[in-house]
Design a protein around this ligand. Structure first.
Ligand code: R5P
Length: 312
């Protein structure tokens, strides 16, 4: 397995290209397309026998098509006798369906883990899972990278006075505490409750001192932007001077862009784990690239070096 090969599906070729540029290798050749009957076809166009192969494919929109594309690519590599296959999923979709918290619901995050393994994945490389426990849904090695250092370094350079890091819900509070420590700032937590299964969040309460400070909110993803808008307006009501927001995964579905445009948040800092569309490139949205971290992690997996050391 001395040769490294990196392939991409159609989910995020721009990120895959940036990763292979970091690695100094060409992108693996493949064709991945849909027939008129919507069946997806994949052909790997170069020899991968005994090679160390990686497929970069976030589970971004269109989520289900991108998932099936990835599964079929893994199957194609397995049947082409690849030596090892790593699924590189910078954004693990379905991660929010990770527990049976009401009667007769699925644990889809676990189902996806099984599907990936059956399709042929020998390892998973991912970024900021919705819940770290999803790692345990896999019986293959999982390397989970984090965008936290990237985001922390960006805001450290801004050198805000009176900064407070705000966890947008209790689930993200441990990561927000790490971000607060890196920025030498105190932590506040929003107590948020969701009403039903629809994508509408309700913000209730701020735990911690925020009045008169600059707030930096942290979430794992911004989906419809509903949580962000609620958090920003609650923080404003509590006397916060300015609000900045950051997250790893800019899903930006529905009217997220309209919501961000009209909401008084000063800047939203995200990464490129999912593609950013042209209409999402607003002045107040800053995109930091995960490509160097993903490239370095692939290099380390290939050569047997520590990934943990990247974050020490
Ligand atoms: C939920 O638990 C997640 O951590 C995010 O808070 C959520 O996905 C954000 O969704 P939205 O932008 O639709 O409010």
């Amino acid at each position: 397995m001395d040769e490294l090969k990196v392939f991409t599906g159609n989910a995020h070729p721009v990120l895959a290209q940036a990763v292979v540029e970091y690695l100094g290798i060409p992108l693996g050749k493949s064709e991945v397309f849909q027939f008129s009957n919507e069946n997806i076809f994949v052909r790997i166009l170069e020899n991968v026998r005994q090679r160390d192969t990686f497929v970069i494919q976030p589970l971004s929109s269109p989520v289900n098509a991108n998932l099936v594309e990835l599964l079929i690519m893994l199957d194609a590599l397995k049947r082409a006798s690849a030596g090892r296959i790593t699924a590189v999923i910078p954004y693990y979709g379905y991660g929010r369906t990770d527990k049976k918290d009401q009667p007769r619901v699925p644990i889809t995050a676990r189902l996806i883990a099984d599907l990936l393994t059956v399709a042929g994945a020998n390892r998973l490389l991912t970024v900021d899972l919705h819940a770290a426990q999803i790692q345990g849904f896999f019986n293959i090695p999982v390397d989970e990278l984090t965008a936290l250092n990237l985001l922390a370094n960006y805001f450290a350079e801004r050198d805000f006075d009176d900064l407070v890091v705000v966890a947008t819900d209790i689930g993200i509070s441990k990561r927000a505490r790490d971000l607060a420590e890196k920025l030498n700032a105190p932590l506040a937590i929003m107590e948020k409750r969701r009403a039903g299964n629809v994508d509408q969040a309700e913000t209730l309460n701020v735990i911690g001192e925020v009045e008169g400070r600059v707030a930096l909110t942290l979430d794992d993803e911004i989906d419809t932007g509903g949580s962000l808008v609620n958090v920003v307006s609650t923080l404003k009501e509590q006397g916060v001077k300015e609000v900045y927001a950051c997250c790893s995964h800019p899903i930006f579905s529905d009217s997220a862009i309209q919501r961000i445009t009209s909401c008084p948040v000063k800047e939203v800092v995200v990464t490129d784990t999912v593609p950013i569309k042209d209409n999402e490139k607003l002045d107040k949205i800053t995109v930091l690239s995960m490509a160097p971290l993903l490239g370095e992690a692939i290099h380390r997996i290939h050569t047997g070096l520590s990934i943990g050391a990247m974050f020490e």
